[in-house]
Design a protein around this ligand. Structure first.
Ligand code: PAF
Length: 282
């Protein structure tokens, strides 16, 4: 596995690749969710590139940039075992050199859900992913369902900026009691991890009600709120049933596929999770 750290080397190595290229962008501190993306990329492409970059521009003031967990040696071992060919691990100065001033802003999607709680976050995500797409020129790029708004917004960006690639959204990988795998789960104690399973219990209840034929969005939100309220360790930030493409909150009867999503604080962690209603993840 090649380790690349500079833009010049990344461009040079990419130019030498013939055939399809699967790209897995990450911020490192990898878990089984990331590895499932790498394995899928391995199965579907001639070459696989992973990127590891804790992107400062997607962290707001007071967020956990400095504390964000890191373990590069372990990440490299895991990626090599998953069959990744190249890992791009640039420094911040390499991607945001002095004088940097180009940003990618989507008009509407970043104002919803996570974006409403984290102003500027998706500007940072859209910018770095655009740069990584330009550097790695994927045939297919792999993102996790757990960050559903990110994936939906990046799919929009891919269409809008005419990137010639397939953006593939892979199902969330979960811990045994349902908690979605996330690098930020490292902030939870063992007890909090158990209790944080309440997010998925609430979402599963919404999915089951939907399967039984419930189509009143407010009733699904109420059901999730009641389950979350019964777990004192969880402080919900939002509970949403939204249009799966526009991310507008659905009012009244659900006539289109929907994203059921929640964000909640548990201990020191801010957790998000979602299920899709009326459409397979992909
Ligand atoms: O999902 C992540 O880990 C990050 O937001 C991404 C897509 C690698 C961009 O920094």
């Amino acid at each position: 596995m090649h380790l690349l750290t500079t833009v010049v080397d990344m461009h040079r190595q990419r130019r030498a690749l013939a055939g399809s290229v699967g790209v897995v962008p990450t911020m490192g501190y990898l878990h089984e969710g990331h590895i499932s993306l790498a394995r899928r990329a391995r199965a579907e492409n001639d070459h696989v590139i992973a990127t590891i970059f804790v992107n400062p521009s997607q962290f707001g003031p007071g967020e956990d940039l400095a504390a964000y967990p890191r373990d590069l040696p372990r990440d490299l071992d895991l990626l090599e075992a998953a069959g990744v060919d190249m890992v791009f691990v640039p420094s911040t100065a390499e991607l945001y050199p002095p004088g940097y001033e180009t940003w990618i802003d989507l008009a509407d999607l970043p104002t919803k859900l996570e974006g409403a709680q984290r102003p500027g976050h998706f500007r940072g995500v859209a910018t770095i992913v655009t740069k990584l797409f330009n550097l790695t020129r994927p045939t297919r790029a792999y993102f996790g369902q757990k960050d559903a708004q990110q994936a939906i917004l990046l799919r929009r960006l891919t269409v809008d900026l005419n990137f010639d690639l397939d953006l593939i959204i892979c199902p969330t990988v979960r811990e045994p009691h349902g908690l979605a795998m996330s690098s930020r789960n490292a902030y939870l104690t063992a007890e909090e991890r158990q209790r944080a399973g309440v997010l998925y219990r609430a979402l599963s209840a919404a999915a089951e009600a939907y399967e039984r034929g419930e189509r009143d969005a407010e009733s699904l939100r109420r059901g999730m709120a009641a389950i979350l309220a019964a777990e004192p360790a969880a402080q919900p930030e939002y509970i949403s049933i939204a249009h799966l493409e526009t991310l507008d909150e659905i009012v009244g009867e659900m006539r289109v596929p929907a994203l059921a999503s929640v964000a909640a604080r548990v201990g020191k962690a801010r957790l998000i999770d979602n299920v899709w209603l009326g459409r397979e993840v992909g």
